[in-house]
Every structure is written in structure tokens, then in C-alpha cells.
Design a protein around this ligand. Structure first.
Ligand SMILES: Nc1ncnc2c1ncn2[C@@H]1O[C@H](COP(=O)(O)OP(=O)(O)OP(=O)(O)O)[C@@H](O)[C@H]1O
Length: 317
């Protein structure tokens, strides 16, 4: 797979005033990573961890203090214009649309900026209007749109020129559950249809769970995890939980190998056991429970990803 982002020792330092003194902040510290074409990567970290600074270096807005980065095979600062054709950026908290113009007009201006042919503009606009359900408000000025409508229009605007890389900065912030779901479904479909690479910064772990197959976790400018979500949970030692409903009240199911009894309800009719996916499996825990009691129903819960991230931060403090 060709590389869409290649960063090598990427570092950005700021000098900030701290009263009378000057202090250096390493916003991004020696970041080395590679993102291949077609990947969907969640870039997560606490406020101030260095996510925006990284994105700015990837898109040529900020010059690195040291290290190198290529985005879509281009040098972001030097080739910024050419890069603009390859990358689409969506900011959840900042509009890129013309506030007083109808949505349709913003699209026309952007198509002209990207020098799309009339046929390409028509086909892509139609595709995005249909997939993002924009038809009902194309003639409405942006300032009159609801947040959910505006975000859909923002995404369409950023994707109009069919960029190879789409960077989304907190794309679902402030959206209601349904709008979030629609937007995520659109992004999944867009990626499937066009092989688009997604790089997403978010505090919403639902975005990561539903959209990303890889997570980069950054803390104080340093990359502290690179892998899939399941691995992130393992890193934090997070446990899965087996809940069993039994046919008869039972004593606490303690002493199950590699599992920990968490709770019992209704005289032990429902019991919860936590286990570490590294040392056993849900099937083994279930089998051990079934030897001791008759089970009518069961569920297995995955670790809560927000809890996982909190644990990782806590462990590093
Ligand atoms: N222009 C700047 N001048 C000085 N310091 C800056 C500048 N931009 C960012 N920083 C500092 O660099 C660090 C990383 O900031 P950055 O905005 O990249 O974090 P972030 O992970 O995007 O945070 P958030 O989730 O709040 O957007 C912070 O300590 C921030 O204060």
C-alpha cells in the first residue's frame, strides 16, 4: 500500500511566555509514523496533547521544528497548493463555508477553486447531495442551518474534489445521536466507495469504534500507542465482562479460573464476572460457569474505550 502520510522524527516546539520568563513547549515530540492509503486512523489524546499541531504540520500550515513529513507524497509546506487538491479537511468547530451564501453557491465556488470540470462537478455534487441528504437545504444560507445540517454541508464541501486523504477534526462534536450516526455511516460508505484515507481527531470514542481500524494515541506530544482498539484495551489491562442469567438462585461464582466475580443480583440469579482477554476466553469462563450452574442467558461486554484511555493516561502520570 502506498503511503499517504510518512512522518519521521516530526517535532514542533513553541516558545510561550510564562510571566516574565519564556518556556518551551514540545507540542509534538519525535513523531514517527506511516499511514497507508485506505486506512482509517483515529488520532486521540487529551486537550493539548498535540493533535492539532500534528495536523497543521501534515497540511503545511505549520513548519516543523525538526523531522520530516510527506503527505500524499508531497512536502506539505513547499507543495501546499498541490496538496490542497489531495486533502480535504473538516473542522467540527470552524466553518469553511460562506456564511451568507446558500449551500449550493459554496459548492460552486469550491468546485471552481479546485478547477473541477462541469461534468465532474455535477456528478460529485449529485453523489454527495444524495449520500449526505442535503437536497432539502441546498438553497438555504449556511447561517440558517442547524448544526447537523451544517456539518453535513461542511463534509460535502471538504470532499467535493474527491481528496485522497480526509482529515476530520472533531467532526461529530455537538451533534445529536442520530446526526452522529448518519455522518459516521456516510464516512464508512465514502471510504468503501473511493478508498479514501481517513484521519480523525476526536474525543468521542464512538467515532473511533465505528470508523477507525487503527488508533494513534498521543500524550504530551509523544506517540504512546499505535495499533487497533482491542490492543489499546489490552495495553490498559482492561477486562471484558461476562454476565450470566441462571435458572436458580446460586451462591457467588467465585474461584472460576482467570476470572473475577464482580457482582450478584436477585439472590445470584444474575452474576457478573470480569476476565482478562489475554489470559482466558469468554468461552472458557462460560464453560466453567456452566459446570457449576445452569445458564439461561449470557452477554459479553467489551471494555469501555473511554475508560481504557483514562486508565492509560492515569498510568502515565
Ligand atoms: N501557536 C502556539 N503557540 C504556543 N503554544 C502552542 C501553540 N499551538 C499549540 N500550542 C501548545 O502546544 C500544545 C499542543 O497543542 P495542540 O493544540 O496541538 O493540542 P491538541 O491535542 O490539538 O488539543 P485539543 O484537543 O485541545 O485541540 C499545547 O500545550 C498548546 O498549548
Amino acid at each position: 500500500m502506498s503511503a499517504i502520510v510518512e512522518a519521521e522524527g516530526l517535532t514542533r516546539q513553541f516558545t510561550v511566555r510564562d510571566g516574565a520568563r519564556r518556556r518551551r513547549v514540545l507540542a509534538v515530540d519525535d513523531l514517527t509514523t506511516r499511514i497507508s492509503a485506505g486506512e482509517a486512523v483515529g488520532y486521540i489524546g487529551a486537550n493539548g496533547a498535540g493533535k492539532s499541531t500534528t495536523i497543521k504540520m501534515l497540511t503545511g500550515i505549520l513548519v516543523p521544528t525538526s523531522g520530516t513529513v510527506t503527505t500524499c507524497g508531497l512536502r506539505p509546506v513547499k507543495d501546499r497548493r498541490r496538496l490542497a487538491r489531495e486533502v480535504g479537511v473538516v473542522f467540527g468547530q470552524r466553518s469553511q463555508l460562506w456564511w451568507d451564501l446558500p449551500v449550493r453557491e459554496s459548492f460552486r465556488i469550491l468546485a471552481a477553486i479546485h478547477t473541477l470540470s462541469a461534468a465532474a462537478e455535477r456528478a460529485r455534487t449529485e453523489e454527495l447531495v444524495e449520500r449526505l441528504e442535503l437536497a432539502g437545504f441546498l438553497a438555504v444560507p449556511v447561517r440558517q442551518l442547524s448544526l447537523g445540517q451544517r456539518m453535513r454541508a461542511e463534509v460535502a464541501a471538504a470532499l467535493l474534489h474527491s481528496p485522497r486523504l480526509v482529515i476530520l477534526d472533531e467532526p461529530t462534536i455537538g451533534l445529536d445521536v442520530l446526526s452522529k450516526q448518519r455522518l459516521r455511516e456516510f464516512l464508512v460508505a465514502e471510504r468503501r466507495a473511493h478508498g479514501t484515507t481517513l484521519l480523525l481527531t476526536t474525543h468521542d470514542m464512538g467515532d473511533v469504534e465505528r470508523l477507525c481500524d487503527r488508533v494513534l494515541l498521543i500524550d504530551h506530544g509523544r506517540l504512546v500507542y499505535d495499533g487497533d482498539l482491542a490492543g489499546l484495551s489490552r495495553t490498559a489491562g482492561a477486562e471484558r465482562v461476562l454476565t450470566v442469567d441462571l435458572t436458580a438462585p446460586s451462591a457467588d461464582l467465585t474461584g472460576i479460573p482467570a476470572a473475577r466475580h464482580l457482582s450478584s443480583e436477585a439472590n445470584g440469579l444474575r452474576q457478573r464476572l470480569a476476565f482478562d482477554a489475554e489470559s482466558t476466553t469468554a468461552a472458557r469462563v462460560f464453560a466453567a460457569v456452566a459446570e457449576r450452574a445452569e445458564v439461561v442467558d449470557f452477554t459479553v461486554e467489551e471494555p469501555d474505550i473511554e475508560d481504557v484511555v483514562r486508565r492509560i493516561y492515569a498510568a502515565r502520570r
